[in-house]
Design a protein around this ligand. Structure first.
Ligand code: MN
Length: 733
């Protein structure tokens, strides 16, 4: 903006501005609105002591500078009369027409929305602003200019009001101005707010800029001169306009203070802007610049091919000048330049307003998205957070393989991308490829990447609760949550229970049903589950990851259930190291233990594992641990060949423990029958238990001691002959 904050606007300035402007205005309608407003505000003064009418005049002037239309100027002139005087909306409608009345009404309503109230109220109010914007974008443009003038004159207001107004401007209005692409307005209200929010930093940066201003100007002048001389040789039809430019105070603050960088590190502190006639000339200019100066890698951005969400387009590159000083170069066409400076207002200034609704659609899509995303949540804090984060200035643009652009906030992951395409794509996602390479779910997308979402055809496939911590957008979060909400709890419980039982069986954990809740109490508490069903449900939807808790449960089980029972009941101690009956290749005096996971018996094919400090542990060759280790290729050198010694094969003492997993039809004598078989065969029985299965069958687990596989096979075939027995398995395969 050209005018100083202190400028007091007069009606003569307005008239002169309208006469000088290329644009056609209805001067008499604007003058009528001025006279009407001047009369209505006649007795009012501002905090500055000036007549009140200077404020509507100032707002109208700013809107004229933006090139807005006659009705917008009239509405600006009248924007405070309904609120502050006896004037009614009806009068305005009669005198100035429906459009002006609607705009005044919109601005009046916006003015009544207090932004810094309770959080819940604040969310609702921001929602109202967004709704007002989606009805006629001119309402918010007037409001932004109203706020701009109020910020320029904020020093007249009481100190306690200054900070709140500045905060509201910084948090709500500046992001909106940014999203509408109105850079000139945004930069100015940001700098003005910043001055009140952090006066110390503001004056520090300001004086730093002033101190170096001569140096800076000399540098930029020399760069401009070099570039324009080179461009003369290049034969452009019109010679490009070359401007030197300094970032806004707040822009420097954001880079320097928030990123903890020193002023010298801020590359684009020096910036040169080149404006040309066509897109072709933009790329041509870029080539010349890169030929003249050395470009800094990874600092080139093509916002022409990929415009920002607010429609900003330019080529950005950072190069190093002959003096070794880096500077940013922005290259754009005049059309892009107007959009970059005025954003949506450029439509009125340079493009005869917004004619069709079509052009507005894209601009307003994000407003609708925010409003829609909010309908699903009652969490007020979240709404406010969303609005702030969705209004955050930077965006990432990634593409589908077909070339559709998806706009996401910085830091968004492939999960956000999937849900941005479609809810079902998100729910069915099992992974993604970025630029052809598989990536992890927390991969953060960068602009320009092509993302292919891989989906599962399994109808039961859905999101994982852990995604909530990974994804960034509110859209993805609310969609994931509603999936869990809708998914039937019963299914989660059944699935979770089955998973837990399977894991328990695999790890030989057997806890009586009545003790299960107690056994799991710690983990239930940790996952905020009040009942076992809650816990099963949590396992079912992935809130509790079994692999993460199994080790703890195994330890707990060993401590409380398994160990004492087995040791006390053991008929004879495990083979001693000297006479373990196992020969381990290359090892003579190592302690040999039999692995608990598979309990190998003489006759089984076995393999040894050299443990760290506890000798050799002997596994069956078909033990899951061995098979997995071979498949994973982990520490193959620690697995060594092992055989049963001959003496063991002929030795018939029943010293090897094994558990039989027996299923039979319901039969109250089943335990008695099994015990009888063991007694007849002189097989020590150390533990026997039975539980009823859901289908009415009985499941008996019997732990016995045996001399080896052949004896065991004999035992198994004897049990199989018992009436009602369905199956007998050696547990731990
Ligand atoms: Mn006002």
């Amino acid at each position: 903006m050209v005018n100083k904050p202190e400028t007091v606007y007069t009606v003569d300035m307005i008239i002169q501005k309208i006469i000088d402007d290329e644009k056609q205005y209805d001067l008499s309608k604007i003058m009528t609105s001025y006279e009407f407003a001047a009369k209505a505000h006649a007795n009012q003064v501002r905090s500055s002591g000036e007549p009140y009418i200077t404020h509507p005049l100032a707002v109208s002037f700013i809107l004229l500078e933006l090139g807005m239309d006659t009705d917008t100027i009239c509405a600006a002139m009248l924007h405070d009369v309904v609120e502050d005087t006896d004037t009614t909306l009806e009068e305005i409608k009669k005198l100035f027409g429906q459009d002006v009345a609607m705009l005044v009404d919109g601005v009046t309503k916006l003015g009544k929305i207090p932004l810094f109230t309770k959080e819940e109220q604040q969310a609702e109010n921001v929602r109202k602003i967004l709704l007002a914007m989606s009805q006629d974008i001119r309402v918010i443009i007037i409001k932004l200019c109203d706020r701009l003038h109020n910020m320029r004159t904020l020093h007249f207001r009481p100190a306690n009001k200054q900070r709140n107004t500045a905060l509201e401007t910084m948090n709500i209005y500046a992001p909106i101005a940014h999203r509408l692409g109105m850079r000139t307005v945004k930069d100015e209200i940001e700098d003005l707010s910043f001055r009140y929010l952090d006066p110390y930093a503001y004056s520090e940066i300001e004086s730093m800029l002033e101190k170096k201003s001569d140096e800076r100007e000399a540098f930029i002048e020399s760069i401009k001169k070099q570039i324009s001389e080179r461009f003369k040789e290049a034969g452009f039809e019109h010679s490009p306009q070359i401007d030197g430019r300094v970032k806004s105070v707040y822009g420097i603050y954001k880079k320097a203070f928030m990123q903890g960088k020193h002023m010298d590190e801020i590359y684009d502190k020096y910036a040169v802007r080149i404006i040309v006639d066509s897109v072709y000339e933009c790329y041509n200019s870029l080539g010349i610049i890169h030929d003249m100066f050395r470009p800094i890698p990874n600092r080139f951005k093509d916002y022409i091919a990929t415009p920002k969400a607010n429609m900003y387009q330019s080529l950005h590159t950072t190069v190093i000048g002959r003096e070794g000083i880096p500077f940013e170069v922005q290259i754009r066409t005049w059309d892009m330049h107007h959009t970059a400076e005025y954003g949506i207002a450029a439509h009125w200034k340079y493009k005869e307003g917004i004619s069709g609704k079509d052009k507005l659609e894209g601009r307003l899509a994000w407003i609708r998205q925010i409003i829609e995303a909010q309908q699903d949540t009652d969490d007020v804090e979240e709404i406010v957070r969303t609005i702030k984060s969705d209004l955050a200035p930077e965006d990432t643009f990634a593409f589908t393989p077909k070339g559709d652009m998806i706009t996401l906030p910085i830091g968004a992951t492939i999960i956000d991308f999937a849900y941005a395409i479609h809810t079902q794509v998100g729910n069915k996602m099992k992974g993604a490829k970025v630029d052809g390479k598989l990536v992890s779910l927390d991969y953060q997308l960068s602009t320009g990447e092509i993302v292919e979402i891989l989906t599962s055809s399994d109808p039961n496939h859905g999101p994982n609760r852990a995604w909530l911590d990974i994804c960034k957008t509110n859209e993805a979060k609310s969609k994931i949550r509603s999936w869990f909400k809708k998914e039937r709890r019963e299914e989660n419980i059944v699935q979770g229970k089955a998973e837990l039982e399977k894991e328990f069986k695999r790890n030989f954990i057997r806890v009586p049903d009545e003790e299960l809740a107690n056994f799991l109490a710690d983990d239930m508490k940790r996952h905020h589950c009040a009942t076992l069903d809650d816990f099963y449900a949590a396992i079912g939807y992935g809130g509790v990851i079994l692999s993460r808790i199994m080790q703890r449960l195994k330890d707990k089980f060993a401590k409380h259930y398994a160990v004492p029972e087995i040791h006390e009941a053991k008929p004879s101690a495990a083979p001693k190291k000297s006479d373990s009956g196992v020969i381990v290749e290359g090892q003579n005096n190592l302690l040999v233990k039999f692995a608990q996971c598979c309990n190998p018996l003489p006759g089984d094919e076995i393999i040894g594992f050299i443990t760290r400090g506890h000798g050799v542990s002997v596994h069956k060759k078909d033990c899951e641990n061995y098979v997995n280790a071979m498949n994973n290729g982990s520490e193959p050198e620690r697995w060594v060949n092992a055989w049963w010694a001959n003496s063991t094969k002929t030795n018939n003492s029943p010293i090897f423990r094994v558990t039989l997993d027996i299923v039979s039809k319901e039969n109250i004598l089943i335990i008695a029958d099994i015990t009888k078989v063991m007694a007849e065969l002189h097989i020590p029985l150390t533990d026997i238990s039975v539980r009823m299965l859901k289908n009415g069958n009985a499941n008996v687990l019997a732990t016995i001691s045996t001399a080896g596989v052949s004896q065991l096979n004999n035992i198994i075939s004897r049990i199989k002959k018992l009436p009602d027995v369905i199956s007998v398995d050696r547990s731990g395969k």
